[in-house]
Ligand binder design. Structure first.
Ligand code: OGA
Ligand code: FE2
Length: 456
């Protein structure tokens, strides 16, 4: 038995690292739903173990009761008792074999099944890094959305209907208290203190305040005069034959930079297909390290993403064509369709989509120039949080399933438009799915971009 267990563990240890690389769970809800199922299986296994342990104890109890009566009778009149030959024989038999059998039963390990299941499932468990990540996500939410610990623990979140999130609140409270404690004790040394002030200073950009306000929906409102110049219309992609008979709904979200939203622009079926294609490939999103020019993971971008090519699915190809028709921009020089999934606390802090002058090599490998424009599909509604915000200008764009937003990152001269700096706010309640297409400069030279042509 013991040998078997050891062999099993060794075999697992050898096989699993190759087939299942560890992924950061807290960055995406998709992977966390797997964990919930894992836990459910483990409970079943644990209950089986309890049953086995109970039946074992039941057998031991019965033996004890039987022997209790027997020894009672025997001790009252030992000689008379042993005068009966069968009693003498039974005494020999009990002591020679039956007590030994009982001993084996007492020593018997009933936990094998449960422990094997644990050994298997533990390979998929979150690690310390995941736990810290989840705790940090909570602190981030508290900061961004001005929630006090009480609000969080009582579950008085903006969306009171969201039962599942509320159920976790007691645990949240505990984690937050622990995290605070950990921060306190780590500030003991002066070194540490200095380091933390430095981080705070660096982190406390005036932009952060603005960013967080916009995330809470406290953006400065546009003047009515400006607001009146935002319209909605039916749009045919500048007389694109595919849209003349069935134009799409287009709404102005902002004037400068010009941000438009397309409504009912991706169907629920298409969204499902895109999500299913992306799910097995989701991995922690990366960013360009401006110093090395390499891709790395960063705390300011917490989401999982995958890239889908138009060649692998007619749905993706159809989506690419739609973007080309409606923007008038060549998608053959665009990047693949990126699908991103933000779990609770998932975010992307303020950034530019285009490469700045001081990092001219960022898209060099692609050979297609800078990111001229961004197309962003919202593939889910988000219960609370998760807006796309533009802190330079004060715009908040709220996710709405089936819609897409589009803006130019570069001026016609090729200069970057710094007012397009934007962020994906942390998700407070729910699960945010988006997909985006970054269109590049090459291929657009002889085109007349049309999505924003009625501008000015
Ligand atoms: C991005 C981005 C915004 C969002 O992926 O570059 O800015 O709301 N996303 O997800
Ligand atoms: Fe972006």
């Amino acid at each position: 038995m013991a040998f078997n267990k050891i062999w099993y563990t060794v075999a697992l240890g050898l096989l699993l690292p190759f087939s299942y690389a560890h992924t950061d769970f807290f960055t995406s809800i998709g992977h966390m739903t797997d964990l919930i199922n894992t836990e459910k299986d483990l409970v079943v296994s644990l209950k089986d173990y309890i049953k086995a342990e109970e039946s074992k104890l039941e057998q031991i109890k019965k033996w004890a009761e039987k022997l209790d009566q027997l020894t009672d009778t025997a001790t009252k009149d030992p000689e008379g008792f042993l005068g009966h030959p069968v009693n003498a024989f039974k005494l020999m038999k009990r002591l020679n074999t039956e007590w030994g059998e009982l001993e084996s039963l007492v020593l018997k390990d009933m936990s094998d099944g449960f422990i094997s299941n644990m050994t298997i499932q533990r390979q998929f468990f979150p690690n310390d890094e995941d736990q810290t990540g989840a705790a940090k996500a909570l602190l981030r939410l508290q900061d961004t959305y001005n929630l006090d610990t009480d609000t969080l623990s009582r579950g008085n979140l903006p969306d009171p209907e969201h039962q599942r999130a509320n159920g976790n609140m007691k645990y949240f409270e505990y984690i937050m208290a622990k995290e605070k404690e950990a921060n306190k004790s780590s500030t003991d040394s002066e070194d540490q203190m200095e380091k933390e002030t430095e981080v705070k200073k660096k982190d406390y950009l005036p932009e952060r305040r603005k960013y967080e306000m916009l995330c809470r929906g406290e953006g400065l409102k546009m003047t009515p005069r400006r607001q009146k110049r935002l319209f909605c219309r039916y749009y045919d992609g500048n007389r694109n034959p595919r849209y003349i008979l069935g134009p799409v709904k287009q709404e102005d979200e902002w004037d400068k930079p010009r941000i438009v939203r397309f409504l009912d622009i991706i169907s629920d079926e298409e969204i499902e297909t895109v999500k299913e294609l992306a799910k097995p490939r989701l991995s922690r999103a990366t960013v360009h390290d401006p110093e090395t020019g390499k891709l790395t993971t960063a705390h300011y971008r917490v989401s999982k993403s995958a890239w889908l090519s138009g060649y692998e699915s007619p749905v993706v190809s159809r989506i690419n064509t739609r973007i080309q028709d409606l923007t008038g921009l060549d998608v053959s020089t665009a990047e693949e369709l990126q699908v991103a999934n933000y779990g609770v606390g998932g975010q992307y802090e303020p950034h530019f989509d285009f490469a700045r002058k001081d990092e001219p090599d960022a898209f060099k490998e692609l050979g297609t120039g800078n990111r001229i424009a961004t197309w962003l599909f919202y593939m889910s509604d988000v219960s609370a949080g998760g807006a796309t915000v533009f802190p330079e200008v004060g715009a908040s764009v709220w996710p709405k399933k089936g819609t897409a937003v589009f803006w130019y990152n570069l001026f016609p001269s090729g200069e970057g438009d710094y007012s397009t700096r934007h962020a994906a706010c942390p998700v407070l309640v729910g699960n945010k799915w988006v997909s985006n297409k970054w269109l590049h400069e090459r291929g657009q030279e002889f085109r007349r971009p049309c999505a924003l042509s009625e501008l000015e």
